[in-house]
Design a protein around this ligand. Structure first.
Ligand SMILES: Nc1ncnc2c1ncn2[C@@H]1O[C@H](COP(=O)(O)OP(=O)(O)OP(=O)(O)O)[C@@H](O)[C@H]1O
Ligand SMILES: [Mg+2]
Length: 374
């Protein structure tokens, strides 16, 4: 909001309350018995787009979204008799934009108890509403995570039966009377396929169950490449859907770190998922992942670089991407929590996450985690 410029003498001569009311960041207005606006301040003009003269010739009912006028009418009647009220409502600006507000109002009366005026403070709560929506979405995602863990558990039981029965089937196939060796070989082949597919489902179900457990385990000795490989396993179907080529040729058992496997996997899952989102619909989508030794803040670390050849992050967003709830994804797709949580996890492990980006070279996120002596 623009500042009101006054000099010292003006402050002394002016009514100090007038200055406060005029410059208050929330809308302050007063209305009479009919609902006509008899006092308003600068915030009302800024927020609603009307001039002071326009506001002072308007009725309060003209400031609200048309679909809630009935509630406004009831609220006004209530306020005149009750004296004070705190509600949430929706204003409509001159251009028709809906602005959710929190309103605190009180009425004043004459000595005989007749209603004179109400005074109200209206606070713009658009940002709070967005945060609330995001929080609800985040908690829904958390609930889905829990459900997934339950589903994984339920899949596991019938799958154990499938695997056991299949093994028995494979054994009895060999002893089958009257079948030609060719028939036996073909049947054994089918059974082996069933075995492989069921084992893959079991691995995924197990993994999903562990991943969605959510709680941080105690820190343990880990191999960064193994954590990364688990994260690639979890994101495999997303990677496939985005038609991204993953180049990741990292030997295991070399990159010793200490940490919580679940939490660190969450970091890599988010970075890979972000890259896939950025690469969606791109013809030559590629994700190159490597690990190298690096020093970060004077500490010997393993640096895992996750580099996509996507469109890059616009300069104006770069300062915001690690902030909670910053997202450029459509509603229902991103909560904007991924990077802030990931950086928090990396820092909890005495590491960090940094980013380099440009429209020409795409985006590279680096995860630094201190080397452990094994
Ligand atoms: N590899 C990338 N390329 C381009 N932009 C990216 C990349 N990674 C992150 N971003 C930008 O950073 C924003 C914040 O990412 P973050 O992971 O915190 O949240 P999100 O992916 O939008 O939502 P969530 O992770 O909660 O589902 C993204 O919305 C996107 O604009
Ligand atoms: Mg994300």
């Amino acid at each position: 909001m623009s500042r009101m410029i006054v000099n010292d003498t003006e402050i002394q001569n002016a009514d100090i309350f007038e200055i406060i009311l005029e410059n208050f960041p929330d809308i302050i207005h007063s209305i009479n018995e009919n609902g006509d606006i008899v006092f308003t301040n600068r915030a009302a003009q800024t927020l609603l787009g009307y001039s002071r003269a326009e506001l002072l010739s308007m009725n309060i009912r003209q400031l609200y979204a048309p679909d809630i006028l009935e509630a406004v009418e009831a609220g006004f009647t209530d306020l005149k008799s009750k004296g004070d009220k705190r509600v949430e409502s929706v204003l409509a600006s001159k251009t028709g934009e809906r602005i959710p507000v929190e309103i605190r109002s009180f009425s004043i009366y004459d000595d005989a108890g007749n209603f004179l005026r109400t005074f109200s403070i209206l606070r713009d709560i658009r940002k709070i509403k967005v945060l609330e929506d995001n929080l609800i979405h985040a908690s829904r995602l958390a609930a889905i995570g829990e459900l997934a863990s339950g589903v994984a558990h339920d899949i596991n039981n019938p799958l154990t039966i499938v695997l056991l029965s299949n093994e028995l089937l494979m054994r009895s196939l060999k002893e089958l009377d009257g079948a030609t060796p060719d028939q036996i070989e073909r049947s054994t082949h089918f059974a082996a396929d069933v075995q492989k597919a069921a084992e893959a489902i079991q691995k995924l179900a197990d993994h999903l169950r562990n991943f969605s457990r959510g709680t941080a385990e105690a820190h343990e000795e880990l191999d960064m490449a193994a954590v990364l490989s688990d994260a690639l396993f979890m994101t495999a179907s997303k990677v496939k859907r985005s038609r991204t080529d993953v180049v990741c040729d990292i030997p295991k058992e070399q990159y010793h770190i200490v940490g919580s496997p679940n939490r660190l996997e969450q970091v890599f899952v988010n970075l890979i998922a972000n890259a896939c989102d950025a690469l969606e619909d791109q013809a030559d989508a590629e994700l190159v992942i490597d690990i190298a030794s690096a020093e970060h803040d004077g500490v010997a670390c393993w640096e895992c670089r996750i580099a996509d050849n996507g469109p890059g992050i616009p300069e104006e967003h770069l300062g915001d991407i690690f902030n909670s709830f910053f997202t450029t994804k459509p509603k229902g797709k991103g909560t904007g929590l991924g990077l802030s949580i990931s950086r928090g996890i990396a820092r909890d492990h005495k590491g960090d996450i940094t980013v380099e980006t440009s429209p020409e070279n795409g985006t590279t996120f680096s995860v630094f985690l201190p080397c452990s002596n094994g």
